[in-house]
Design a protein around this ligand. Structure first.
Ligand SMILES: [Ca+2]
Length: 202
């Protein structure tokens, strides 16, 4: 069976207690994070197949288990994921700057073993998924910060998401813009994203 990201219905009682505490702490989320999104006017929106050397952009939602890029990726292909600079999104009241994650509070870390991936809270993750909702991974999730190039192992849809505990995406806020580039075989990844207007230019 492929790995699945459907929320587990069997969190232990202690974890549920922590969950209630986190829910109390989650009030008053920052709506202003949505204003921080800066779409890239010149970049096409990702959809379907992407030719080698081409780029497209996708809006990634913090409160979704995964945002499908709608990009069909095929085994053997390589894609680089970059994030437009100056963005933030939030897990309740803790905000971070993607693709970087957050070490989390002491309370949050009582639940750290239930996180979907072995990476900091809200680390931007990339994975190949089977369905448009992005709820079922067919490859492992990888942190974009340290592994920005996705070497496709399974044909499917490329998806992005912040690392969190299944069932705890409801208190996430914010959307971020990411840029996907299909690398030609043997091509070196592009340099890290800069604040220049050339980010994700086609
Ligand atoms: Ca959360």
């Amino acid at each position: 069976m492929p790995p699945t990201d459907l929320p587990s219905p069997t969190l232990p009682l202690a974890a549920r207690a922590v969950a209630v505490a986190l829910a109390v702490l989650a009030s008053g989320c920052a709506h202003e994070v949505r204003d921080a999104v800066r779409p890239v006017a010149t970049a096409p929106t990702c959809s379907g197949f992407l030719d080698e050397g081409r780029r497209c952009q996708v809006l990634v939602h913090a409160d979704r288990m995964a945002t499908s890029t709608s990009l069909v990726v095929v085994k053997g292909q390589r894609y680089q994921v970059q994030v437009a600079p100056g963005q933030k999104w939030c897990d309740a009241q803790r905000c971070s700057t993607p693709p970087h994650g957050d070490a989390g509070s002491a309370v949050m870390n009582l639940l750290r073993r239930f996180r979907r991936d072995d990476a900091d809270w809200f680390t931007l993750m990339a994975a190949v998924v089977r369905d448009k909702e992005g709820r079922q991974r067919i490859g492992h999730g990888q942190p974009v910060e340290t592994e920005p190039v996705v070497e496709v192992q399974h044909t499917g849809l490329l998806a992005l998401y912040p690392n969190d505990v299944p069932g705890f995406y409801w208190n996430n806020r914010g959307d971020i813009v990411a840029c996907i580039e299909r690398l030609a075989p043997g091509a070196a990844p592009a340099s890290p994203a800069s604040a220049s207007g050339a980010f994700c230019a086609p």
